[in-house]
Design a protein around this ligand. Structure first.
Ligand SMILES: [Zn+2]
Length: 476
């Protein structure tokens, strides 16, 4: 493409709080419509908002994790517009002095390189209600009106749809680690507006369009890819781009015009007279610093560098915080990192997927998994029997050693007992024995298989193999 493209995102996340941001109504998704409402969130005359400090704390946590400068005073403003889902006809938001400004996020690209994306600001606002349309009527549910919404605005530093998709994915992982939102895109806990412009190289930003309300990272990619191509076609014809807001239509995989884009002066922002400026004090900022955890990308790099995990293993384990925390608890119990990583991304995950269980709420406690590894590493059970024991730990919610004892799964390592079975197997397959004697060592695998079958997988494989080799080749 002969043009340069610029993409910026505005991401909205619903904060997890007990109550709404300016009143004490419950902040619950999925409740009976219009049950969580009061004079404040409905904007009745004379009702006064008061600021929810838990929402502020979470806004500051996100600002800090995005390396933002924290404003000494955060000011709330009224953003005036008329819309049926806005009972007050204005939205309390932030414009001049949001909580965080001038931050950055280090985005990991497909080739493993890191691109620094500048964050313009992080501001706190109230969400609007919801309109529900059907064939006969439009109805309004104000339960969501006044719930805390955090908006994160990037500079137009992203190149294209794919980079924007990666940003949404990695940002979602970050805010889930910070435990400020569940990030559930289907339920609207994380929504995204994407703006794009293109221009000839060196000419700077072009006229931008914005695609509203994208609720999956894949749609972000598709909508932007479509927009960039559409802009290029318009410019190629010698026409100019109309600055406007557009909607993504998944059915036709196209965007369509929604309305011409408002500028901020259209909203007539002015300071909210009922809420004084908020000054984050030293005590609150100390709490924020204390809540700063190792972020997913840092954790992933540490696993690769210090624990020698493969990039895939490290990415898998750090994808969700509860998995990574569980993994570290297994290491703290004394397990080997590569053994734990291998089992976690393999057999343990298989059982969890099949049973639809979360690791930190499953019978797989870190202590039990360490015990399972000990049984395997001391040759009391084979690796294969270990997999059966794992499933039994889930099914019966018992310790691995108890299961091994109850089911009689302990490996046979007694030389006399192994020798007896080996002799039986060799006697039953004389032709194979001859072949091995003639140099076809591969056939030893067949005899091992027969041996495992005869003992229900319980024979110590190392001992058995040595014995087979000795008996066949040692007697030459
Ligand atoms: Zn309320």
């Amino acid at each position: 493409m002969k043009y340069q493209s610029f993409v910026g995102l505005e991401i909205h996340i619903q904060l997890i709080t007990e109550t709404k941001v300016f009143c004490s109504c419950p902040n619950n998704f999925g409740d009976e419509p219009n049950t969580n409402v009061c004079p404040v969130c409905m904007g009745y005359p004379g009702a006064l908002p008061s600021l929810n400090e838990e929402a502020v704390f979470k806004a500051l946590k996100v600002s800090r994790a995005l390396n933002c400068h924290i404003n000494e005073k955060a000011v709330f403003e009224r953003k005036n517009y008329f819309y049926p889902d806005m009972p007050k006809n204005y939205q309390i938001s932030q414009f001049e002095f949001p909580f965080g400004i001038n931050g950055y996020f280090d985005l990991e690209l497909d080739d493993g390189s890191v691109k620094r994306i500048r964050i313009h600001d992080v501001h706190l606002e109230e969400d609007a209600g919801k309109m529900i349309h059907d064939a006969y009527q439009s109805r309004l549910d104000y339960n969501r009106a006044g719930t805390p919404l955090l908006e994160i605005v990037t500079e137009p530093d992203l190149l294209d749809g794919r980079e924007a998709e990666l940003f949404v994915q990695q940002f979602r992982q970050l805010v889930r680690y910070l435990e400020v939102t569940d990030g559930n895109m289907e339920e609207g806990s994380l929504r995204c507006d994407a703006n794009t412009s293109i221009n000839l190289p060196g000419k700077g930003l072009g006229t931008k369009t914005e695609v509203k309300n994208l609720n999956s990272s894949r749609f972000v990619n598709k909508a932007l890819t479509y927009e960039i191509k559409r802009h290029a076609k318009v410019l190629d014809k010698g026409d100019s781009i109309v600055q406007e807001t557009r909607l993504w239509d998944e059915g036709s995989s196209t965007t369509r015009s929604m309305r011409s884009k408002e500028d901020s002066h259209d909203y007539r922002y002015f300071p909210e007279p009922d809420l004084p400026p908020f000054r984050p004090g030293a005590a609150l900022m100390a709490r924020v610093e204390e809540a700063m955890i190792e972020l997913p990308n840092e954790r992933k790099k540490r696993y690769e560098a210090e624990l020698n995990l493969t990039a895939d293993q490290a990415a898998f384990i750090t994808a969700e915080k509860n998995t990574a925390d569980w993994f570290e608890a297994v290491l703290a119990a004394g397990a080997d990192a590569s053994q734990a990583a291998g089992w976690l991304s393999g057999d343990i995950q298989k059982v969890l997927n099949k049973e639809g269980a979360a690791i930190d709420q499953s019978p797989f406690t870190p202590e039990r998994i360490k015990e399972l590894f000990d049984l395997i590493n001391s040759n009391r059970i084979s690796n294969n029997i270990g997999k059966d024991v794992l499933q039994a730990v889930f099914d019966e919610d018992k310790d691995p050693s108890v299961i091994v004892k109850e089911k009689g799964l302990e490996q046979v390592s007694d030389t006399g007992a192994v020798e007896k079975v080996v002799e039986e197997v060799l006697a039953a397959h004389p032709a194979v024995v001859d072949a091995i004697r003639a140099g076809e060592d591969k056939q030893i695998g067949f005899l091992m298989g027969q041996l495992m079958k005869a003992t229900g997988g319980k024979v110590n494989p190392q001992l058995a193999r040595e014995m087979i080799e000795n008996k066949i080749k040692g007697s030459e």
